[in-house]
Design a binder for this molecule. Sequence first.
Ligand SMILES: Cc1cc2nc3c(=O)[nH]c(=O)nc-3n(C[C@H](O)[C@H](O)[C@H](O)COP(=O)(O)OP(=O)(O)OC[C@H]3O[C@@H](n4cnc5c(N)ncnc54)[C@H](O)[C@@H]3O)c2cc1C
Length: 350
Amino acid sequence: MLVEKNVPLRAYNAFGIVARAQTLVRVASEADVAALLADPVLAAAPKFVLGGGSNIVLTGDVRPVVLKVEVMGRRLVQETDRAWIVEAGAGENWHDFVAWTLANGHPGLENLALIPGTVGASPVQNIGAYGVELQDRFESLDAIDLATGKTFTLDAAQCAFGYRDSVFKHAAAELSDFGLAGRALITRVRMRLPKPWKPVLGYLDLERKRHETGIAEPTAQQIYHWVCDIRRHKLPDPRVLGNAGSFFKNPTVTPEQCADIIARDPRVVHYLLPNGTVKLAAGWLIDACGWKGKTVGNAGVYDKQALVLVNRGGDTDPVTGGEVMTLARAIQTSVYERFGIRLEPEPVVV
Ligand SMILES: Cc1cc2nc3c(=O)[nH]c(=O)nc-3n(C[C@H](O)[C@H](O)[C@H](O)COP(=O)(O)OP(=O)(O)OC[C@H]3O[C@@H](n4cnc5c(N)ncnc54)[C@H](O)[C@@H]3O)c2cc1C
């Protein structure tokens, strides 16, 4: 186990915010966590688990011990008549894992291509895109309880997946006795990729690709390329323009609340969900309040998609976490004043 001090985190967060970890420990195996917990000072210290840093806002130097997860490895665990079960170490890059499954003839994750970050973080917020969520393909995961050092395995039900939500985002008292926020370090994730493969194409952008290309029945590889192409056009590449993807969750409201908002602005983008509630497009609400393209300090609202906040300071004068949060709060206030909706940030504020 290598303990590093005063480590710059700029390269480890997708916003490109300048901050330092007072102490950083790289976790490449369960043995590294055991060694960490055997050290009385490190064991007692608060800890923050870091993957690829694509869903965090750093508001200053990080005092808790940063555990940078670097557990590697990918393998086919099992093949049955009904599915392939594949596994990846938590430190593997998510997109590389998706590409690897397809290259090995195991389709099913193509709609989730090009989501930044690590495999280990994917269950934390139940990543989703283009009509598929992680929970749709999830089999199980291995994790270590940082309080006790014990390893454990969770299935989908135990992960309590929801929209950008899971047991890993809740403290014990909030969700159940089993809330695991700040407590679990995920080491390996297994996915169940069902046979026969069926494409998921309902999403508008994918339907558009179908019409443009004239391919009515695309392969998984074709969908993968379509998703990569759509995402490259819609979202800024964090290596070029720092950002954390969608900054706010799409809010869910009752049909009555939705009717009230339609009365204020009939153009509001909304989708009826199977459970009778209505999902509103947060990006549309922000755009309707005039935020698209605006800049406050070095934090900005992306010109092509109002849901994405970006680092306008670049390399020379990078945005601070304080500037990002000031802009986020100003957006929340104006959306609340105009529509009565409280937007909830998606990234973790550290
Ligand atoms: C351009 C862009 C586009 C994006 N598009 C999407 C999208 O389409 N859909 C979507 O769902 N998300 C999207 N995101 C958000 C982000 O990619 C995901 O949330 C991703 O899973 C974060 O992975 P990470 O490794 O970077 O996690 P980090 O940012 O490092 O961490 C995020 C959270 O997970 C916890 N965590 C990380 N690793 C572990 C672990 N091994 N064990 C326990 N806890 C852990 C951290 O403590 C933190 O709370 C996008 C982000 C960007 C920058």
